[in-house]
Structures are given as structure tokens and as C-alpha cells.
Design a protein around this ligand. Structure first.
Ligand code: SAM
Length: 224
């Protein structure tokens, strides 16, 4: 059972952001993982991932999106979750961070709820930097959710390291990639990567933007 909202709201900010305290509460299910996506983005992520064989999330943090996927996707999907854990200046605001043990508990709890409700995906953890995992990666990917290192270099590195593995009918979702775009939000790094890769004269061949929701850009291979 989660702590009442009134109690959570009354908690001093200093305590709310304390990484170890948050992890203790998040891990025990007393407070929810910090939500890093809007309802529209949650619906997008679920719609794009439902029924797919392989879904990969780069950057898990407290497990907000991962728990959603673990609870709502069904057996037959392999959900790969990639995060080194700890504090990362180009991924999170200063002082924020997540602990591996707590996030794994969040995701396991969500998967148990899903299993009781009709089936859950197989969860595969990769506690690693995405750039260290990329050279070893071989599995075709249906949905790649890039939400790890938000610097331009880091986001571009994730695209470079993984996009060749995206299946012919697969998609890549870039979170926080719509800064300054009408109806969008985002951060400079992922926005610059999406602008350079998919817009303008120097856009890469073979890929196109197929959907944009709030902070998220979805790209797919162009139909040949
Ligand atoms: C914005 S949070 C992810 C939020 C999560 N996708 C959600 O929706 O709840 C960014 C996460 O990326 C992780 N991260 C930072 N650099 C990374 C890298 N090189 N590879 C994988 N994850 C990374 C951080 O540890 C942090 O937990």
C-alpha cells in the first residue's frame, strides 16, 4: 500500500530528493517511481510495444516506464532494460539517481501484477552503460526507446550503437526530443540529434519521422 498523497506532499523537498531514502520507499512500493512521461506518451509506448517480440529501453531510472511495460505487455515479449544506475549528470537533474535493487523490485512487482492479469513479458536486465552493451548486442529489436544519456553525444551514440539492430518494421522512440517544436517539449541533446538525423538536407536516408507525441519522436525505416 502506498503512502497517502497528503503525507508525500508534506515531505520536505530535501528528503523527497534523497536518493537512498527515495529508493527505500520506491523499492517497498510505498511511493510510486517518479513518472518521467505524460499519459499520452505512456499510451504511445504501450501501443507501439504491444504484441512485439523485443522491446529495449535505454535508461530506466526508478522504473516508471519499465513498470508500465512490465505490467501491460504480455508473454511473448522480451523486455530489455538497460541502465548503469547511480547518478549521471547528462541523464538526470543534479542530485537525482536511482538504485538498482529498488528499481528491480518496482519492475518485478509490476510484472507480477501483469502475470496475475493475464501474462507478463520476460524481463532481461542489463546493468551497464548502453555504449558498453551496444558492441555486444545481436538481437533484432522491434521497439527501441532511447531515454538514457541526454547529452547530444550520448543520445547520438545510442542511435549509432543500436539502430542497425532495429527490425525492418521496427521503431525508435526518442524521448525529450521536441524542445521548441510546436506542441512539444524536450531537452537540447535529444532534440539536436533528431533534428540532425531526420530533418533538413542532411537527414539520413532510409528513416523518417512517423509520429510525434509530447516529448517523444518516433522514427521508422522508410517504406522501399
Ligand atoms: C530520464 S532517466 C530514464 C527514465 C525512464 N526511461 C522512465 O521513463 O521512467 C535516465 C536514465 O538513464 C540512465 N543512463 C545514463 N547514462 C546512461 C547510459 N550511457 N546508458 C544507459 N543508461 C544511462 C540514468 O542512470 C538514468 O536512470
Amino acid at each position: 500500500m502506498q503512502l497517502p498523497t497528503v503525507l508525500r506532499r508534506a515531505t520536505p523537498t530535501r528528503l523527497k530528493h534523497d536518493v537512498r531514502l527515495r529508493a527505500a520507499f520506491v523499492g517497498r512500493g510505498l511511493i510510486p517511481p517518479r513518472s518521467m512521461h505524460s499519459e499520452e506518451e505512456a499510451a504511445l509506448l504501450l501501443r507501439r510495444s504491444a504484441g512485439k517480440a523485443v522491446v529495449v529501453e535505454l535508461g530506466v531510472y526508478e522504473g516508471g516506464s519499465a513498470a508500465l511495460l512490465a505490467e501491460r505487455l504480455r508473454s511473448g515479449t522480451a523486455l530489455h532494460l538497460v541502465d548503469p544506475f547511480g547518478a549521471h549528470d547528462t541523464a538526470l537533474p543534479p542530485g537525482w539517481g536511482a538504485l538498482e535493487d529498488a528499481t528491480k523490485k518496482v519492475v518485478a512487482r509490476a510484472a507480477r501484477t501483469g502475470a496475475a492479469d493475464g501474462g507478463a513479458p520476460a524481463v532481461h536486465w542489463h546493468v551497464a552503460l548502453s555504449q558498453d552493451l551496444a558492441p555486444r548486442w545481436t538481437t533484432p529489436i522491434d521497439v527501441l526507446f532511447i531515454d538514457g544519456d541526454h547529452s547530444e553525444e550520448g543520445c547520438r551514440r545510442d542511435w549509432d550503437g543500436f539502430h542497425e539492430h532495429v527490425a525492418a518494421d521496427g521503431v525508435v522512440l526518442f524521448h525529450d526530443s521536441r524542445l521548441g517544436v510546436p506542441g512539444g517539449r524536450g531537452l537540447p541533446g535529444p532534440t539536436a540529434v533528431v533534428q540532425r538525423l531526420f530533418h533538413g538536407a542532411d537527414a539520413v536516408a532510409g528513416w523518417e519521422v512517423v509520429e510525434e507525441v509530447d516529448r517523444t519522436t518516433v522514427v521508422a525505416r522508410t517504406a522501399s
